[in-house]
Design a protein around this ligand. Structure first.
Ligand code: DOR
Ligand code: ZN
Ligand code: ZN
Length: 450
């Protein structure tokens, strides 16, 4: 039966779209911010606007569940406009922003202010994490205020939970579990890391090598095991961010085997680079947790292929060039930008047959949508949000960090040759990025309130 009664705002024709695990030739009709029809061209309703995609690949909009968009008092590094422009340019339609901001996002007021700022400035959809509040009775209110989850930095004291007290952590996990909020964890053991750091500082050992010696694999594994132990009695979902070690991944696998509600993420940095790159790049490649030896890189890659790794997050961590080029490693700002390199780097692996499209869509779309309960996203299906990442998967090009939309115009992948490029990004049915340019106004992205 034809659907003459339907009228669409937009029909995208001649696409190769990823639908239920297959790449199908089809057309896509969008009305306002939702898909209304996906099928053969003759079935398409009349539309005000038509775009011929000439065989480009269409994926449900990619979700990066780990970015630091800064803004507020750290807007000199990045703000919602530049950060979400970088997201749109990199093919991401939804990003989840970490709470280590200034002011720290860990109260109802801080969250509300930040959501207001994000609402007026964002070009893609943005959800906000909160750190834990000082007083746990505040936690359900922060959740009601819209936080997509709670972040727990185990490596340094940041939010309201005293990291030195297992009982306090236990209560935090229990309360987060009661309100159905995910807890995303930066797993590094604070005691181990700070002890080593102090020892090195005393004897003025300030190089990148010392950073790696302070931020060990053991510090990661110890934090993972501690979190798993103290959260055992709660029914919280734990999402371990940026796993970097073979043993860390094994600890997560074991917890899954024991039916714990646990998932984990890796970053492209830890899949593609090693500690040899830290030696080569120096301070620019300092991130926490740091790059590891090849054996870990290979184990993580195998984890992505096998499905033990659930999501890939960019851990987009913009800093100024000055902040990255200091003399002592203990003064350097940790992290590196990633929103504009993550997808092309992974598409290159698909082109080289090292990764399948199916896994790519799982780690960037389906799993993040499932973990964070973004039920209107993650699929090309009637009624879902029309967030689309459109890719020219044959395009060979060279990464040029001087062209980034991010304020952080440097990259560990500068001058890398890659295959596959996001060429259009639609957010809620609106074209945001076209051929690398931002073509919409800030505010087109929606804020996600859980
Ligand atoms: O490399 C990192 N950068 N690790 C973190 O834990 C924080 C992040 C940032 O905010 O720059
Ligand atoms: Zn982290
Ligand atoms: Zn991070």
């Amino acid at each position: 039966m034809s659907c003459v009664s339907l009228i669409a705002d937009l029909v995208l024709s001649n696409s190769k779209a990823y639908i239920k695990g297959e790449i199908l030739e089809c057309s896509i009709a969008i009305e306002e911010d939702k898909y209304i029809k996906i099928g053969k061209q003759p079935q398409m309703p009349n539309a005000d606007q038509k775009i011929d995609l000439h065989g480009l690949l269409v994926l449900p909009g990619l979700i990066d569940s780990h970015v630091h968009l800064r803004d507020e008092e750290k807007a000199y590094k990045e703000d919602f406009i530049s950060g979400t422009s970088a997201a749109a340019a990199g093919g991401f339609t939804t990003v989840l922003d970490m709470p280590n901001n200034q002011p720290l996002t860990n109260s109802v007021e801080a969250l509300r202010n930040r959501l207001d700022i994000a609402k007026s400035r964002s070009l893609v959809n943005v959800g906000l994490y909160s750190e834990f509040p000082e007083n746990l009775t505040e936690l359900p209110k922060i959740r009601q205020g819209g936080a997509v989850g709670f972040k727990l930095f185990m490596g340094c004291q940041m939010g309201g939970l005293n990291l030195d007290d297992d009982h306090v952590l236990e209560a935090g996990f229990r309360v987060a579990g009661e309100v159905g909020a995910v807890v995303a964890i930066h797993a590094e053991d604070k005691t181990q890391v700070t002890f080593s750091e102090q020892q090195f500082k005393k004897v003025r050992r300030n190089g990148v090598k010392e950073f790696l010696l302070a931020h060990t694999e053991q510090a990661e594994v110890q934090a993972i095991e501690r979190v798993l132990r103290v959260s055992e009695g709660s029914n919280v979902h734990l999402h371990f961010c940026h796993i970097t070690s073979k043993q860390g991944l094994e600890a997560v696998k074991e917890a899954k085997g024991a039916s714990r509600s646990v998932t984990c993420e890796v970053t492209p940095n830890h899949l593609l680079l090693t500690s040899a790159d830290t030696a080569r790049f120096g301070m620019m490649a300092i991130m926490a947790p740091p790059l590891r030896d090849n054996v870990h890189k290979e184990a993580l890659f195998e984890g992505v292929i096998q499905g033990d790794v659930d999501t890939i997050g960019s851990d987009h961590a913009p800093h100024t060039f000055e902040e990255k080029t200091v003399d002592s490693v203990w003064d350097v700002k940790v992290g590196t930008p990633g929103l504009e390199t993550t997808l092309p780097l992974m598409l290159t692996l698909v082109e080289k047959r090292m990764l399948t499209f199916r896994r790519l869509v799982e780690v960037f779309v389906e799993k993040p949508a499932e973990i964070y309960g973004l039920t209107s996203k993650g699929k090309l299906e009637n009624g879902k949000d029309a967030d689309l990442t459109i890719i020219d998967y044959k395009q060979h090009w060279t990464i040029d960090s001087s062209k980034f939309k991010s304020k952080a115009k440097f990259s560990l992948y500068n001058k890398w040759e890659v295959i596959g490029k996001p060429v259009k990004t639609f957010v809620n049915g609106t074209l945001i990025m076209d051929a690398g340019e931002i073509v919409a106004k800030p505010g087109e992205g929606k804020v996600i309130r859980k």
